[in-house]
Design a protein around this ligand. Structure first.
Ligand code: SAM
Ligand code: SF4
Length: 323
């Protein structure tokens, strides 16, 4: 399927829950309990039926995200249902890793092909300050993912001035030692607008300079794409693949956008950085959903680009939208 701007849309990111066992500074509003009022999350069968409709429209890439997807006890069966669809060429999982150690093998056996683990710091106190969680749990998850032989395991780092600048070069060293690409992501004002203040925002360019000051020049790899994401890659002198996701500062960032998002309460979201949504839950529960038509409508409604730099006002947290 092609959107009005000629982009092929064949990637569905599915938020399976808006709950999380961590509370990252940039993602979860303090004291957020939105999920307590929301008993209406899509069931595993509903999620797979939406993915099935997407597959019949030619979607080939799926990702399970959240919130923290590993909080869902039925995650393995959701993964198996999506992996079994005839068009699925890749099934990713985005996780904070803290519960991955015991689940990695089952998820691999169910058909998950790639795992992205958030790792914003290697210093335990900094990690705790950002996430509220324990670094050791995330590292155990990363090691389990590496030994479970997924096609790819990547690390995601959200850039925060005054919080994790000192962690960037150590993270690139860690990536080289573990042979996992590491991607640095610019803060987006998804949950809170104040993260975009000059006190908090660290651009990809500034991050690159900090890394190069410690580890030497990065060699750009303009053609390289690890997976299907919007990262631009470079090779560090220690061999690490280093990706930069400059959602705020890269010109034409949205030019190759290929995705739709499905929120855990059953809304299709054509763009992360705009509020428009199409409800699937009510028609699904009324037994009247023409899912293929609704997915086609969402593709037709994809805007050309996000509005983070203009008039975007956070309405619901990233955990609810699905990262
Ligand atoms: N809990 C999982 C995790 O942390 O990877 C999956 C969901 S999380 C919302 C998905 C990704 O979104 C993570 O890499 C996270 O760092 C990123 N993220 C969350 N809030 C963000 C923000 N305001 N700006 C940029 N990235 C953000
Ligand atoms: Fe939870 Fe992931 Fe959001 Fe952190 S980024 S609060 S781990 S959903």
């Amino acid at each position: 399927m092609t959107d009005p701007f000629g982009r092929t849309v064949d990637y569905l990111r599915i938020s399976v829950t808006d709950r999380c066992n961590e509370r990252c500074l940039y993602c979860m509003p303090e004291g957020y309990k939105g999920w307590a009022q929301r008993p209406d999350h899509l069931t595993a069968a509903e999620l797979v039926s939406i993915a099935t409709a997407a597959s019949s429209l030619g979607f080939r890439k799926f990702r399970l995200t959240g919130g923290e997807p590993l909080l869902r006890p039925d995650l393995v069966s959701i993964a198996a249902g999506i992996a079994a669809l005839p068009t699925t060429s890749s099934l990713g999982l985005s996780t904070n890793g803290t519960r991955l150690a015991s689940a990695a093998r089952d998820l691999g056996n169910a058909g998950v092909t790639s795992v992205n683990v958030s790792l914003d710091a290697l210093d335990p106190d900094t990690y705790h300050r950002i996430t509220g969680g324990r670094l050791a749990d995330a590292l155990a998850g990363i090691h389990a993912a590496i030994t479970a032989d997924f096609e790819s395991v990547k690390l995601n780092v959200v850039l925060m001035r005054g919080v994790n600048e000192t962690q960037l070069a150590p993270l690139v060293r860690f990536a080289a030692e573990h042979r996992t690409p590491v991607r640095f992501i610019e803060l987006m004002p998804l949950t809170r607008t104040d993260v975009l203040s000059s006190d908090n925002f660290l651009s990809c360019e500034a991050a690159r300079s900090l890394i190069e000051a410690e580890l030497g020049p990065l060699l750009p790899l303009p053609e390289y794409r690890a997976g299907h994401g919007p990262a631009r890659y470079a090779r560090a002198q220690n061999g690490a693949l280093v990706g930069f996701i400059g959602a705020l500062t890269t010109p034409d960032f949205c030019a190759s956008c290929n995705k739709l998002r499905l929120t855990s309460d059953g809304k299709l979201r054509p763009c992360l950085g705009r509020h428009g949504e199409i409800d699937l839950l009510a028609p699904l529960r009324a037994g009247q959903a023409d899912l293929e038509t609704l997915l086609t409508e969402a593709i037709a409604n994809k805007p050309q680009d996000h509005t983070f730099q203009q008039d975007y006002i956070p309405s619901r947290p990233m955990t609810a939208i699905g990262g």
